[in-house]
Design a protein around this ligand. Sequence first.
Ligand code: GLC
Length: 550
Amino acid sequence: MGDRWYSEAVIYCLDVDTFADSDGDGVGDIRGLIGRLDYLARLGVTCLWLHPIHPSPNRDDGYDATDFYNVSPRLGTLGDFAELLHQAANRGIRVIMDLVVNHTSDEHPWFQSARSSPDSPYRDWYVWSETEPPDRYQGMVFPGEQNETWSYDRTAKAWYYHRFYKFQPDLNMANPEVRAEVKKIMSFWLQLGVAGFRMDAVPFIIELTEAGNPSSPKDLDFLTELRQHVQWRRGDAILLAEANVEPDQLPVYFGDSGGSANRLHMLFDFMLNGRLMLALARQDPEPVIEALRDTPALPVGGQWATFLRNHDEIDLSRLTAEQRNQVYEQFGPDQEMRLYDRGIRRRLASMLGNDRRRIELAYALQFSLRGTPVLRYGEEIGMGEDLSLPGRQAIRTPMQWSYQENAGFSTAAPEKLVRPVIDKGEFGYQNVNVTAQRRDPRSLLAWFERMIRTLREAPEIGSGSTTHIDVPMPPGVLAHRADGPTGTMVFLHNLGTEDAEVDLSLLQPEADQPIDVLSDRGYGDVGKLERLQLGAYGYRWIRLCRGRVR
Ligand code: GLC
């Protein structure tokens, strides 16, 4: 493994409260997660990203904290958390956590104090306006569920700013005390042993909000400050950020000091995510080729985090209306599958019609593209969604462990569960669960284990450079390569339904006993690379040559 562990990581994200319940109260907890670390180690995960674990009224699934220095009693104790870090480390797994400091819950003692009086020491920790700001109805993140970004608070007798829901007042990052507090929060968790943070809502964190100015200035240097702070406290800690901004804005989030990233280490590649969905919907790799071509070059040390599904809706807002409609048509045909006028609230397996070939193809493609793959819990067994639950909860149902009642997630009475398990239809736990798939070498879970093992033997995928192989291809087929000091991998993915034959003989001079290291079926010898067969939705990962370095 190279020095920059995050370039070769496999990140797995989960909500502690829907993963595994150890004490039978219906809510997943940290001890339950500890009990499942062996499962994650076997899967090949090297880093866990935990969604918020702090005390919270849970009106936005924990993205509304009331105490940044603690663990919600629903999930366990700080002691349990320290034990988790230890047990995970024993298995070579790092843990990063969500850092949600753009806002707090309105029940946070800071906000309670701030609203109580203009003289409160916390008044200035939030963003206020004495008069109704003219941009009150602009900039909402949750259209349909949120109708303003400035709300009047009767106790405070003033307007406060909230980029997200009304119960999530924004912290005032222009205030040096708030900045110092954010660093203190980070230090606290680093001191306990986390390997870094998934930073929530970064474009809004750095916004220096001015009432009446819907495009208030952004202070990117705050990110430089945070980076320095974090790196000083723990040299190999990382910042992985959610910043769904225009592509030309992305490089400044990484920062560039003498050619090296000096702000965030990693950004989620939202642009690629939308293009991947479009490519899968059209069965045409062109949008991915465009994404590979158009994404800005990164400074040294900067890295993309790729994903197909996360805990939120699939955000299609960066596609054109026509492109978005193509994706809707294929993957979110019913209105109830869509959310916020921009996305889809479904899991991947169900969007792909539970077609095993397409699920493998999609994940083989994601994991072979540049960047560090992020996998959401349950995707490895092909879980579905529950559209009867409101909003994003549809894709936040409990992990399906076994055939037992409640999918083996909890021993509580079903009505006590944090959220119902999926118990009907083809995605019900009776059909989709870990126990069944663990026993079956042909299961999706077994495939994920194999695919991730292969990935870990090919570090050039994460840490090398990825390029499209621009030679004539049959329709639907993408050819790309990853090059690094460890060698070269070549990938073929057929997004279409026609069998294809691909000629890559131009790569023959570079080849050194090339072989398929992962494929959807046995294709036989790769020969001189001039007649490579590929079935419908087929894929082949070919090791072209090994480098000298390792
Ligand atoms: C981010 C999270 C989302 C949350 C929001 C507010 O977008 O991904 O789940 O609701 O921030 O914190």
